[in-house]
Design a binder for this molecule. Sequence first.
Ligand SMILES: *Cc1c(COP(=O)(O)O)cnc(C)c1O
Length: 380
Amino acid sequence: MNSHDSEICTHAFEDGLEHHGAIAPPLYQTSLFRFADLESFSHAQLREREHFVYSRGLNPTVKLLEDKLAALERGEACKAFASGMGAIAATLFSLLRQGDHVVRVNQTYGPTVELLDQMTHYGIAHDGTSGRLENVIQTLRPDTRVIYIESPSSMRMEVTDLAAIAGLARERGIITVIDNTWATPLFQKPLTHGIDLSIHSLSKYLGGHSDVVGGAVIGERSLIDRLFACGHQLLGAALSPHSASLVLRGLRTLPLRMRQHQANGLAVADYLANHPLVEELHHPSQLRGAEADLVQRQLHGQSGLLSFRLSCPTYARTARFIDALRLFKIGVSWGGYESLAISPLRPDGSGQALIRLAIGLEDIEAILADLKRGFTAIGP
Ligand SMILES: *Cc1c(COP(=O)(O)O)cnc(C)c1O
């Protein structure tokens, strides 16, 4: 964890004595901003990207968060959104035109695939592939405009070589986008590997307390300006100032929390790796060979989201395991203080036979004891 990042999460962009010296940044709960005369209004309205005119565009509380997120990702600019999906939708709408093709690398977040499926009605096609470079190259078409990556992905934690994909995309004039939610900007900085745009759901680790929904996109200023004009302003998924202030508060403890998520996640991964009832374990700490080298190169740390496959993973056994847990709550999302468990497996046996655990900030002994309870419930 780097001290520059800690500085960004705490003091950066708020060192002045404005706002009467308030140590907590004020919440600008306002929809519009007034002007002294028509000329200053006219000037601001022409450049809504830089001026406070209306909070669907720019708001000081939201802007402080955007400045911090851009700095954390080592990007030039950031735009915040009302949700991760708001950020993803605006990004895709601003980059794609009828006749364009998208290559998805690794397992893509389900609603993102659903959105791309919707976009096929507007003449935009997409195909998915694994993170292996030769597969990515094979999936490219002459009309491919965007390569959309998740690394690590959020169900099987697959990784891919970001610099290699960024390189081959650049040669072909393709824009690369990554959903960087798993790693947070503390543990992975995709722009430094040549990726064009990095997206986050702020609802996960960045918010960190399971009390806010938000999203953000970070990249070069020209791309973010285009995203602002074509996606953010028109689709209208603006982050509320109140939500921004909650995420700003989350950022204060992000380095501290990520250290604990990492330690707890690694301890759980170690425990599951050696468990006789676990058939497969998905966490970057478990990768070997070339993929382990990639993890070393790209990730500065590992978060606490992992998944595993039980031996004989029927729905009944999966349900018995999850229902026996007391500390782990059953619920979607992740990145809050609390440990969570879910499975995409459905009662009819369809869906991935995985149990996904979001390892929270609780005491590790209590977390491991709870998992033992789960295994005891399904027997030897
Ligand atoms: C949650 C999530 C999203 C969507 O974010 P929302 O804030 O829920 O809209 C996108 N990608 C990943 C990997 C996520 O986990």
